[in-house]
Each structure stands twice: as structure tokens, then as C-alpha cells.
Design a protein around this ligand. Sequence first.
Ligand code: SF4
Length: 302
Amino acid sequence: MEDIIQRIQKLKKERDAVLLAHYYVNDSVQQIADYVGDSYYLSKKAAEAPQKTILFCGVKFMAESAKILNPEKTVIMADTTADCPMAHMVDEERIKQVRAQYDDVAVVCYINSTSEIKALCDVCVTSSNAEKIIRALPQKYIFFVPDQNLGRYIAKLFPEKTFIFNDGFCYVHTSITKENVERALAIHPQAKVIVHPECTMDVAEIADYVGSTSGIINYATKSDAETFIVGTEIGVLYQLKKANPNKTFYFVGNKQMCTNMKKITLEKIEQALLTMANPIEMDEDLRLAAENSLKRMHEIAK
Ligand code: SF4
């Protein structure tokens, strides 16, 4: 293990590469990353990084977002097949239909979306900034894509707006059921329930805290509680335990694992840095169109 870490560090220097990792990747990858965070944090780091190569340890839409914001940099992935199924759960035709149907509509896309979808939207959001960004939009109608659960959760905060939902979902977060959480609470009644807004509304409604992965870590770290029932992907346990070694975290099902995030391994990171194969490439018109929605997000969220 030691050897491969040393080889990766050496290759990183040779390639002038920064290694960005999502909270959901394997612990061994989080341990060697330069920055670990949620989608919003990583997209900021990608834009700020002085290195000329970005090695993304996460899924494809994240690496594409890094390329959109940094066209002059080389962006590679540890595994180019790591993709988020939810990012594909809305089609361009549906967006065109909604735009034709409503005059006063903003199409808001969760950052978990393809570049083609970002190019058709007015602004991007992440789970950590969606409320702030939608508050800044003047439109009465909000078409939220692709995740219906984050959309429904945010819509509750804006009774004055009319939301139109799409039917996308994350299979990891929707595998967390209200019944499972209640069963865990019956065993650990003192536990705080902390969940991600990609969970279904009935789960969010019984939670003590609903927020982004960073928000979940912050809440658990600041809380006086010692036991937590966690409703998000299990990779977050690494940072939760690192920040809170004396607290206990329970995960309620056996499906809280994103198979695509778990494709990223140290061996693949080493290979990617060795070969620099399959850098993210994008048509310039597509990149510019997608950049608008990402840049708007960063401007409003500042
Ligand atoms: S956890 Fe869900 S939303 Fe995140 S990458 Fe995996 S499938 Fe996509």
C-alpha cells in the first residue's frame, strides 16, 4: 500500500496534477486526495486549483463540470466508466416542452446532470446551495431536473413559487426507507437522524437534519448528540469518524453504497496518471452553453 501511495504522489508531481475526491469514494482514495468534498466544494476547488491537470475521483458529471470551468486544463478520471445514473434521467425534449408551455419559467438543474442538460438550463444548483440560488430567481415557475426528491424538498421552502418536477432519482438515497429509519430509531431512540435531500420526503420529514453531505458532517460534528442514524452514501463514514472518533454512526440498510463511486481505486488512479488516457473532451459550443449555468451558480452562491 505504502508503495502505491508513494508512486501516486510522485506521478502527481510529474503531471502537475491535483487529486479531487468526492466523499462517497473508497476510504483509501479519500486518504490520498488533495481535496475531499461534495460536488459544490469540488467544483470550486477545480476552478481555483493552480495545477494544469485535474484528476477527478468521482463520477463523470463531476469531471465534466471541472472541464467546463477549466477548458485550458487536462481533466482525467480514475475510471471513465464511473457515471451517475440519475444524471441521465431527464431528456432534452422534456426541457423544451416545459419551456414552450410556461413563459415565466426557470429551468434549474442539479449539478448531477450531463453537460448537454446543463447547456439547456438557466442555472445549476447543488444540495448545499439550491435554496440560496432559487431564492435569487425572479421566475414564478421552477422546472427542477433531474432529481425529483431534492426538487420536492426545496419546493417546500418556496410556497410562493410553482415547481414542476421531473421523475429522476438516486437509487442509493431512495433505498433508505422511513420504515428502516424508524426501526433503527426504536433500537437507538437517542440518535439524531441526519439525511441527504436526495432521500424521499417521508424520510426527510422524520429527520433532525436534512442537508448536503458537507452539511451532514458539520451537523454531526457540532452536535452534542453521540449517536446518529445517517441517510446518505456510506463513504461519508470515513470523514464522520475522522472528525468524530468518539461518536457512533448507524447506516440503516445494506444498499447505501454507490457502485459507480466505488469503482475508484488506488490502482486506477496510478494508471490514469501514468497513461493520461481519455481526457475529458467537449465540443466548445456545448462547453460554453453549459458554462453559463455553472458560472451563474457560482456567482449567486458566492
Ligand atoms: S450516490 Fe446517487 S446521485 Fe450520487 S453519484 Fe451515486 S447514483 Fe449518482
